[in-house]
Design a protein around this ligand. Structure first.
Ligand SMILES: [Zn+2]
Length: 44
C-alpha cells in the first residue's frame, strides 16, 4: 500500500514495503506492484 507523506510542503508517496519515496503516485503504485519485500532477490 502506498502511503502519502508531506515533506518540505511537498507530497511524497512512500512504498510501505521498502520505504522508497516517489514524487508521483503512479510511479509509487507501479513500483509497489513490482516490490516484493519478502523475496528481494532481484535487487541483487
Ligand atoms: Zn518498495
Amino acid at each position: 500500500m502506498v502511503a502519502e507523506t508531506e515533506r518540505d510542503g511537498e507530497t511524497w508517496y512512500e512504498c510501505d514495503s521498502c520505504g522508497m519515496l516517489f514524487d508521483d503516485r503512479d510511479d509509487a503504485k507501479t513500483h509497489e506492484a513490482n516490490c516484493d519485500e519478502e523475496d528481494p532477490t532481484y535487487i541483487q
